[in-house]
Design a protein around this ligand. Structure first.
Ligand SMILES: Cc1cc2nc3c(=O)[nH]c(=O)nc-3n(C[C@H](O)[C@H](O)[C@H](O)COP(=O)(O)O)c2cc1C
Length: 170
């Protein structure tokens, strides 16, 4: 599968088969995070792989009861380990870096038949308690990972001319 196909065909998955994710497939997804770019190549991130049923249930609760998170065989919780760093443009480095890594993982997962769903709606404090995450570390996102148990959904997106302008902001 090429990158264009993955970008155009992938959709968020909110129902998962109970089938385990093979270790080599999981590693492939995590490798995509490892190989993704980061500001000054600092790679200030940590990806927590959760398979324990009880822990996944707790994470689903911390994510405002999004129960499908607890039903996936794996949940990956993506953290920025240096949350104080700000780029020259004023954006927090860890949010951008970790988001790029998550995007890479999501596309890699799709290529090998695995579903994901970016989760941004979660209580960070509760998530940190569940996973023993230190105070200074920020949780940027989490995603369930597993074989989809639902057909992929059709994309609904703005048209290109609604989101692109040329030479100056319009
Ligand atoms: C930053 C971010 C936060 C999101 N948070 C959630 C979430 O908490 N729960 C959820 O079910 N989907 C969440 N999503 C998934 C979006 O709803 C989804 O990507 C969007 O509707 C487009 O659909 P698609 O992923 O199927 O193309 C999030 C996506 C992004 C990028």
């Amino acid at each position: 599968m090429d990158v264009s196909t993955a970008i155009s065909q992938r959709s968020s998955v909110r129902a998962y088969k109970t089938t385990d994710v093979e270790e080599d497939q999981l590693k492939k997804v995590l490798e995509a995070a490892r190989l993704s770019p980061s500001a000054s190549n600092r790679q200030e991130w940590k990806f927590i792989v959760v398979k324990n049923k009880e822990t996944k249930k707790k994470l689903a609760k911390a994510a405002f009861g999004q129960s499908f998170i607890g039903e996936a065989p794996v949940v990956i919780v993506a953290c920025g380990t240096e949350s104080k760093s700000v780029m020259g443009c004023g954006q927090p480095t860890h949010t951008v870096d970790v988001s790029i890594a998550c995007a890479y993982m999501i596309l890699q997962a799709y290529e090998i038949g695995l579903g994901t769903c970016w989760i941004g709606a979660f209580k960070e404090d509760e998530t940190k308690k569940i996973l023993n995450i230190p105070e200074h570390v920020r949780v940027v996102a989490m995603t369930p990972l597993g074989y989809p148990d639902e057909p992929s959904s059709k994309k609904s997106r703005k048209r290109l001319d609604q989101i692109v302008c040329f030479e100056k902001y319009e």
